[in-house]
Design a protein around this ligand. Structure first.
Ligand SMILES: [Zn+2]
Length: 123
């Protein structure tokens, strides 16, 4: 599959990459549409800002460049990872692109998107 990947400031390339492996707790999605966010433009012009760098890997995933950009997308579920409920293959979905650290307690606020250490999927 092809992906727009951020290598560094001013360096975004279209690469052929392997299909991601869907792990437990995840779902696979055939992306139908993906927007280019202002964040993506700022990463290209001034980054890395939120994107990881070799010196600052993503603290949750450990990712370092190159990373696939795009966090505003919709598509169709094509695979359900172990332990996922409430979705099925063929569902049309819109992505909420947050990654929350494992074990994060959101019981007090209920706002996982504001959790300390939470990240957007590109960073
Ligand atoms: Zn955005």
């Amino acid at each position: 599959m092809r992906a727009a990947r951020f290598y560094d400031r001013g360096d975004i390339r279209i690469d052929e990459i392997n299909e991601p492996i869907v792990k437990a707790g995840q779902v696979g999605i055939d992306v139908a549409w993906c927007g280019i966010c202002g964040t993506d433009l700022h990463e290209f012009l001034d980054g890395p800002i939120f994107c990881p760098s070799a010196e600052h890997p993503n603290p949750i995933t450990g990712e370092v460049p190159p990373v696939t950009l795009g966090h505003e997308m919709s598509g169709v579920v094509n695979f359900i990872g172990e332990g996922v409920s409430g979705l099925k293959v063929g569902d049309h979905v819109v992505i909420e692109p947050y990654i929350v650290p494992e074990g994060t307690d959101t019981s007090e606020t209920g706002h996982y998107n504001l959790s300390e250490g939470g990240k957007v999927i590109i960073n």
